[in-house]
Design a protein. Sequence first.
Length: 454
Amino acid sequence: MSTTVIILAAGKGTRMRSTLPKVLQPLAGRPLLGHVIETAKKIHAENIITIYGHGGDRVQSAFADQDIKWVEQAEQLGTGHAVQMTLPVLPQDGISLILSGDVPCISQNTLQKLLDASSQTGIGLVTLTVDDATGYGRIVRENGQIQAIVEHKDATEQQRQIKEFNTGIYCVSNAKLHEWLPKLSNNNAQGEYYLTDIVAMALADGLTVASVEPEQAFEVEGVNDRIQLAALERQFQANLAKKLMQQGVHLIDPSRFDLRGNLVVGQDVRIDINVIIEGECEFGDYVEIGAGCIIKNTKIAAGTKVQPYSIFDQAIVGEDAQIGPFARLRPGAKLAAEVHIGNFVEVKNSTVGVGSKANHFTYLGDAEVGCGSNIGAGTITCNYDGANKFKTIIGDHAFIGSNSALVAPVTIGNGATVGAGSTITRDVEENSLAVERSKQFTKENYQRPQKIKK
Ligand code: UD1
Ligand code: CA
């Protein structure tokens, strides 16, 4: 049976107090709505229909690369009214999952359970039982069967004691949606078209309403303000951290770990506190990440140790390398095995060969460094003339003395040596020494200027 996912995302989100539409607020680095869309894809939904209202242009352009049908709800007249807007594009057969753009953590498993339960009955919902369900629509049951959903504002004092509530996640046959939605009325305490009224219509048609509970309570938590957003972020992160630990990652403190994307890990990876991992990252066996590192779209091969406060963006690091502390690897940094990149060393769009070292205060930009070379403290590849970028090529087993400026385009041959403090503008031949300094000025018995005492 073909599955459509309908996502309600027309709400204003006033309580976020933000110019950004609520469904674009980030959770784990991705818009709330993006999480729901990703889950819809995991269950192989044939159609994804998103109902937008406020900030519609921004919401649509944020997902311009995705195959989504957009339906406008210009006025927010209720959840039932929102789903009515989809009828012109909703298939006549198949089944629909109805989700909320601001309930981002609903899992594939829970939705699968809901689909299975509802395929028998034609209608089902996700409910949850809590101590205090104030504000939510309550599930009224008789002999265990769902009889109605009563909104908090419409509920009697007795109904308000009910602990089982409607999470706002439904599964309904499309044929029934086409039949029922045009019949909704707004004759209730809030003057809204309630989607929940379809439950009464199902019962009138002689159907039973199926229900399932989420695997984890936080899956059905909605985001209305920044306090809820921050709380959900921590729950989401705790869940990710738990999954990584189950895979054998040693997280020194899972409450001080943030993953905003995906991390693929080998065995015995160790991650110290306050590390942020973004985008798509991969760490091989025995990789160790020191405290405070920020690592984005980067691959780090087995055995490499990263010392604290190092920053990576689109870098590739080979096996048994040593990086940091305070290293910065920028896009296109490609380090081979056993490379050492030390403190305050920046590497951009450069390859560094096996076993080469740049341990202190260096900039390698648009450079190719061979194997076994030593780049002395304070070496700068001068790759930019204000308009153009040029390459610096350093061969194998070269030695660049401290505080040298290599003015690109320039090549330092295999085995060549550059004397400390040189500004190198011409190529250096293999195995030769190049020194370029102004002559040392010397004065014997030199007297430094003296402070005059007042
Ligand atoms: C709804 C349910 C309630 C349930 C609760 C769970 C109804 C009548 N009630 O409450 O039983 O316990 O969700 O959170 O459905 N939206 C639109 N257009 C509208 C109105 C809402 O797109 O005109 C969207 C909102 O952006 C949000 C979702 O629908 O994503 C739910 O709306 P919200 O106002 O939070 O739910 P309630 O109606 O209070
Ligand atoms: Ca609400």
